[in-house]
Ligand binder design. Sequence first.
Ligand code: CA
Length: 437
Amino acid sequence: MTSPVSDSPLALRYTALTDVGLRRSNNQDSGYASPHLLLLADGMGGAAAGDLASSEAVTIIRSVDDGSTDHQGGVDALDHLADVVNAANQRLGDLIEADPAVEGMGTTVEAMLWDGEKFAVAHLGDSRAYRLRGNRLTQLSADHTFVQSLVDEGRITPEEARHHPHRSLLLRAMLGRDDFEADYSWLQPQLGDRYLLCSDGLSDMVEDDAIARALGAESIDVAATELVRLALEGGGADNVTVVIGEMVDASTLEQESDLACADGQPQLVGAAAESPQPRRGAAVDVHDSTARFAVDPEELRYAPREPSRWRLARWIIAVVVLLALLGGGAWYAYQWSQDQYFVSESDGTVAIYRGVDANLPFVTLKHLESETDIQVDDLSSFQQSQISDGIEATDLADAEQIVRELRDDAAPAPSATPTPTVPVTPTVPAPTETVVP
Ligand code: CA
């Protein structure tokens, strides 16, 4: 299909839509769309405030939408975008420094800033940018994931990547640290182009050809609704957010009174629309099973290092036992400590222990209850760090349940699983294209 040619300036129609999905209790995605900015952030960190991370990032990055970027002598859009992305990262760092309970939170960033002639684009993480031009869908962004690095090296196919046990492991994200690195680029649109920013709640659930068909719907509002519907139909395992822009002739922009963007007002959706507050000291509850052991792989990849309250708790228990010993209640205190269970490592395999993983001088408080054949090396790096710290159980049955969950998640690990946040040299593969039949 040849691209329509127009002498009139282009303008942006836009829409943003999100859904919490079918399996999650809160929405950690944030989206924003306006006449000059398309923006999406997929928060990470599970119990450690992923919604806060994406909300804060969007709140700061959307400040770039101040009308100052103009290709005719205004502020350079790419410089302006990089400045606010850096500011957002700094903000996350400040929040984490102020409250260690939210350490491990972070977010992806996908942003397209319109300067009246072209887009400045920022990309970080595994949220995606697609372009539909005619009937051809092109993925514009390369996922900053472990499996994408395997695809780039030719070790697995893109189809194998879709089903890889470590497919959600991120190599780059915004975590409030100094070593973060986003991809920046310019993008020249054409009249009729549609651009889609989406969280992995869409791209994991829906194949590219179905995305292409839905994105080509009669209007962008219908397209957004259809894409979210497809994600829910595909399982809705994660929050799903879509932000869509369409390049139209500026002189016809006013004629679209039935579209959500007809009022020209920005649209804000997801966590950023809820304004989550920093939750000092309350983000992790050791009795909350999702905080204790996040079986959801989405949360595992999103929490490179969860603050270990259990490590603190077991030392408190040990001190209580010590004080009881000194106070004469030794036998009762010891018996009480032996009603505790935790899951940890024994000779490279997962094992259940009775007692408390903190030994006092001359007193052993833990005993091996049972061993398993689950290799610690087969677990994700996050799970390995949890095992290393010890995963607290309420009783033996709970400990056995934790072992079952670990067994379900255990998969033969790649020989060198990188830690989730180590920057790698970006390798940009040829854009993948899907043509609607
Ligand atoms: Ca997600």
